[in-house]
Design a protein around this ligand. Structure first.
Ligand SMILES: Cc1cc2nc3c(=O)[nH]c(=O)nc-3n(C[C@H](O)[C@H](O)[C@H](O)COP(=O)(O)O)c2cc1C
Length: 351
């Protein structure tokens, strides 16, 4: 059983996480696995109350569930089973399956974040309805998708305000640049984002590297650099097949884990359709700070920008009062220039 579980974990280990920080540790039990959060791995402002980490855990759990079926095992998921241990995110128990398989299995390894420009071509009605029909058991959240060109354009502008904020907020700036691996392919750090995956041309990469110094970034921003970068990204995001969101009426940590499971199914299904996906999660995650009434954690200007943008986004995606927990773009594109590595499975298993 231990060998089988290790194999499942190795296959599921391609799960996405914010800035590839992989905030997880697993322990093998007689019947399955325990999944622990590692808060020290993601100290980003985006990870307010561990919500970004919980989304990543959800994605990992979904990968495990899919991979386990391929090995003849069904997974029972018990979220936050121990109130005395908030870092114990899930207890996963395996039992023999009745031969069921999940067609998304072969796409676990093929799923990547693609930050390249996409074609400004709508995704097909069939693809749209399949994506919109995705569900995760006992989760009231759902996916919404925007395909109207004008709305995509406005959403792209609103979502790219995140890139201005990340370059103007010292803590966000520090976390972003602290999580970039500048090395050659093959020499990358396993729990960082390889620079090539950010899809910059040599000039952009040169400027970006200069901006890793907070002092230099601050100086350039007097001439509007953060706003300029945000505008450039907005142009890229405008050219997408659709912009989507995961919304839910509730706001508990369980909802974020379940939202992560739905995200992963969406991403894997999009991959199976030959579509690329890039999370555009910054504004939704920063908004969680405001939802929790912790405005003072942001500058007044940024708090206002986030608040106004989220109001506008909610109208465009028609989400009413629902909580937006994640946003992304999908569309047709060529393959990403590089893929992001993972920590080897021995390093995510506790002894
Ligand atoms: C909670 C969460 C938030 C993320 N936010 C963003 C984002 O705003 N922009 C982006 O380009 N990628 C974002 N990502 C993608 C991660 O950077 C990516 O999953 C990670 O670097 C691993 O790369 P991979 O997805 O190609 O395997 C996010 C991923 C997660 C799980």
């Amino acid at each position: 059983m231990i060998e089988k579980i290790t194999k499942i974990l190795t296959e599921a280990n391609f799960a996405p996480s914010g800035d590839n920080c992989q905030p997880w540790k697993f322990k093998i039990t007689p019947n399955g696995l325990l999944l622990f959060n590692l808060p020290e791995k993601d100290k980003s402002v985006y990870n307010f109350n561990q919500k970004a980490a919980y989304i990543s855990h959800g994605a990992f759990i979904e990968n495990i569930k899919i991979a386990a079926l391929a090995h003849g095992l069904k997974t029972t998921i018990n979220l936050f089973p121990d109130i005395k241990n908030p870092d114990l995110v899930a207890e996963l128990d395996f039992s023999p399956s009745n031969g069921e398989i999940d067609n998304l299995y072969e796409f676990i390894e093929k799923r990547h974040t693609n930050r390249k420009p996409y074609l400004a071509k709508p995704i097909s009605e069939n693809q749209l309805s399949e994506l919109l029909n995705l569900k995760v058991d006992s989760f009231d959240g759902k996916i919404v998708m925007v395909t109207a060109r004008e709305h995509i354009k406005t959403l792209a502008q609103l979502l790219s305000i995140n890139e201005k904020i990340v370059l103007q907020n010292k803590k966000l700036h520090q976390f972003l640049f602290g999580n970039i691996s500048w090395g050659q392919e093959g020499l990358q750090k396993n729990d960082k984002m390889f620079i090539k995956t950010l899809e910059m041309n040599p000039l952009q990469q040169f400027v970006f590297k200069l901006c890793s110094s907070w002092k230099i970034m601050n100086f350039f921003d007097k001439f509007g650099l953060a706003k300029f970068i945000s505008k450039e990204n907005s142009k890229i995001y405008s050219n997408s097949g659709a912009i989507g969101a995961i919304i839910t009426s509730k706001n508990s940590k369980t909802d974020f884990v379940q939202g992560g499971r739905l995200l992963q199914r969406t991403w894997l299904l999009a991959t199976s359709m030959g579509l690329s996906l890039q999370p555009l999660a910054g504004m939704a995650l920063l908004n969680q700070i405001l939802v929790a009434g912790q405005r003072q954690a942001l500058s007044p200007e940024h708090a206002m920008e986030i608040e106004d943008s989220i109001k506008h986004i909610s109208t465009l995606i028609n989400s009413g009062d629902e909580n937006i927990i994640f946003m992304f773009r999908v569309g047709e594109s060529s393959a990403p220039s590089a893929v992001t590595p993972r920590l080897p499975v021995e390093e995510i298993l506790s002894k």
